[in-house]
Every structure is written in structure tokens, then in C-alpha cells.
Ligand binder design. Structure first.
Ligand SMILES: *Cc1c(COP(=O)(O)O)cnc(C)c1O
Length: 339
């Protein structure tokens, strides 16, 4: 909850703090040593997440970055490439991990606002059995798309990519950090999104409001291999059911309320004169602004926003920003921007 004296933090949905109910669930969690696969709460989260996405198995990881990178490594060997869009999180915000850690090459295509165009991606795929070319082992798709302002990938494009990939021996990795928001906005079942990917990483620490944690879903065979990679990377954790309990709590209590964040984002857009059609989930992008100046002036008035570039500001709604706080932020920003 926010009160008048508090900052309205719209920088990201990662800034949410665990609620009292979530903290209780964490305190009461049954735990064990998860490296021995003996933490019943982690196992429950993994089983539930696998089932939600229609996959055989799942593995808890400390971050979405680890989920993405292990997920891609499961379907791409060193010296092969992952193809994705130029603004994808996996090539923008993961510190070159695919190359630095795994020897995986990445190649990107520029897509309009991050929106998947299956045909455009497929055209760029390079075959495995050619002496001259770097083989494209996998494509990575982000849904919803972070730098695309939270846009939801069109289901027909995801389906077209998947259908093609089966005959082409190319794997599909889903960066589903905010797949929950895509699901809440589109009404497409999580299991449908899950079935259109070989590996998928989903975050509980964004809009779902858990303090830590992501889950990688895939086949049982791939998740067995993933456990070795996680341990190798130092991601094996022990009595981590306290964190998994927060994630389970989030599925029960926070997944059903994501629509509220989307409504708040549309409200912000309306107040700020942004085309509401550009707001598909919980993000609002303000283009053509002097971002450093706006961010600083807004901060001085209790509203935190993030600068995506010198001329672009991003606002993200979430669990810790109620309607009154959204209105307050809109008051500050409309005045600053003279809108
Ligand atoms: C936040 C995010 C991730 C994972 O980030 P971590 O900070 O490593 O948990 C992955 N993909 C997208 C699209 C994200 O927004």
C-alpha cells in the first residue's frame, strides 16, 4: 500500500515488496535441502508450474536471467546460435551471458517494437548441416516484451513459429518473465503458451510480487540436465522453500489481480495522452520526452520512473501502486509534461 508521504515507484514491477500474507506463508513454509531435491515447498512449486505450462518438469532458479540462460543452453550447444529480436532481454540485459558463460552465439533481427514476426525470424535461420554456417539451434521469444513496452506476442505468430520449428529441428525458448501479464491480457491459457515452447523461464519476482525466484520448465530429461547446469553456476540453493512459498502464494493471490495493474496502466496512458492501444499490459511508454530532466523532476515530486533512452520514459504499474498512487503520479507527470 502506498500513502501520501511515500514515493510512487513506477520504475519496474521488480520493486514490489512481499505483503504481510506472503511473509506469513514464507515463515510457515516446510523446507528441506533443495540440492538433494528434498525441499517439499520447492518441489510443490516446480510441479505446479510445470503443470500450469503443460510441461513434464520444472526447476526453481534464483533469477530469470539464470532461467533464460540455462534454458537456452539446454537447446543450444557452444558454437551454435540462438536467434532472437534485437531488443530481447536475453541479449540486452543479461550481460552477454550466452557468449561469456556458454559459448553460445546470438544473432538478432530488428522487429517492430519487439513484436514477433515468425516469417521474418524463420527467414534468418541457418541450417545445422552446412560446413560454412553457424547453425541456428534455437530461437528465443519474449512474452510480454519488456522493451516493447509490455506488448503481448500474437498467438498466431507463436503458433506459426512453433509449427515450423518442429520440422526444422530448431528449438523454441520462451522468455516468459512476464508471461503472466500476457496471459492476463490476452486470456490465452498459460498451458497454450507453454506448449508452444521447448523451454520456458517464468519469473515470480516481477508482477507476481515475490521477492526472489523464477522457474524453468521443460521436459523431464532437459530439467535433469538443467539441475547440473544450475549447480555448476552456483545456483543450487538449500532450504529455499521459504522463497518458493512466496511464489506459491503469488500464484494464489497475485496472479488473479494482474488485470488491476493493466487497468492502472491504461488509466495512466489516458491521463498522459498516450494511445491506449499501445498499452497491452502493465507498462506505459512516453516517447519524445527529455528523459533525464523528466525523471529527475518527477523524483523530486515523489514519483520514480525509468529512463529507457534519452527520449523515452517507462512507467510500470504493480502490486505496490494502488489507484490513488497512480492518480498522484499522473497529476505530477501531466503537470511536468504539460499534457
Ligand atoms: C526481468 C526480466 C528477466 C529476468 O531478470 P532477472 O532480473 O534476472 O530476474 C528476463 N526477461 C525479461 C523480459 C525480464 O523483464
Amino acid at each position: 500500500m502506498t500513502d501520501a508521504a511515500e514515493l510512487v515507484d513506477l520504475r519496474s514491477d521488480t520493486v514490489t515488496r512481499p505483503t504481510a500474507g506472503m511473509r506469513r506463508a514464507m515463515a510457515e513454509a516446510e523446507v528441506g535441502d533443495d540440492v538433494y531435491v528434498e525441499d517439499p515447498t520447492v518441489t510443490a512449486l516446480e510441479e505446479r508450474t510445470a503443470e500450469l505450462f503443460g510441461h513434464e518438469a520444472a526447476m526453481f532458479v534464483p533469477s530469470g536471467t539464470m532461467g533464460n540462460q540455462i534454458g537456452m543452453r539446454l537447446v543450444c550447444d557452444p558454437g551454435q546460435e540462438v536467434l532472437c529480436d534485437a531488443d530481447a532481454h536475453v541479449v540486452t540485459y543479461e550481460m552477454g551471458a550466452a557468449a561469456a558463460v556458454f559459448g553460445i552465439s546470438t544473432r538478432t533481427v530488428v522487429s517492430a517494437g519487439g513484436r514477433l514476426d515468425a516469417a521474418q525470424l524463420i527467414e534468418q535461420v541457418r541450417p545445422r548441416d552446412n560446413w560454412h554456417l553457424t547453425a541456428t539451434a534455437a530461437v528465443a521469444v519474449e512474452n510480454s516484451h519488456n522493451r516493447g513496452g509490455g506488448l503481448v506476442q500474437p498467438l498466431e505468430e507463436l503458433q506459426a513459429l512453433w509449427d515450423w520449428s518442429r520440422g526444422a529441428d530448431v528449438a523454441v525458448h520462451l522468455d516468459g518473465a512476464r508471461i503472466w501479464n500476457a496471459h492476463a491480457a490476452s486470456g490465452v491459457p498459460l498451458s497454450t503458451y507453454g506448449r508452444l515452447a521447448d523451454t520456458a523461464s517464468v519469473c515470480f519476482s516481477k508482477g507476481l510480487g515475490a521477492p526472489v525466484g523464477s522457474v524453468l520448465v521443460a521436459s523431464a530429461e532437459r530439467i535433469a540436465a538443467a539441475r547440473l547446469w544450475r549447480k555448476r553456476l552456483g545456483g543450487g540453493m538449500r532450504q529455499v522453500g521459504v522463497l518458493a512459498a512466496a511464489c506459491l502464494y503469488a500464484l494464489d493471490h497475485h496472479l488473479p489481480r494482474l488485470g488491476e495493474d493493466h487497468e492502472h496502466a491504461r488509466l495512466l496512458a489516458k491521463r498522459l495522452g498516450v494511445d491506449p492501444a499501445a498499452v497491452e499490459t502493465n507498462m506505459v511508454v512516453l516517447d519524445g520526452v527529455e528523459a533525464p530532466m523528466v525523471a529527475e523532476a518527477a523524483k523530486a515530486r515523489g514519483v520514480l520512473v525509468s529512463q529507457v533512452s534519452a527520449s523515452r520514459i517507462r512507467l510500470v504499474t504493480h502490486l505496490d501502486v494502488d489507484r490513488a498512487a497512480v492518480e498522484r503520479a499522473a497529476d505530477v507527470l501531466t503537470e511536468l509534461l504539460d499534457r
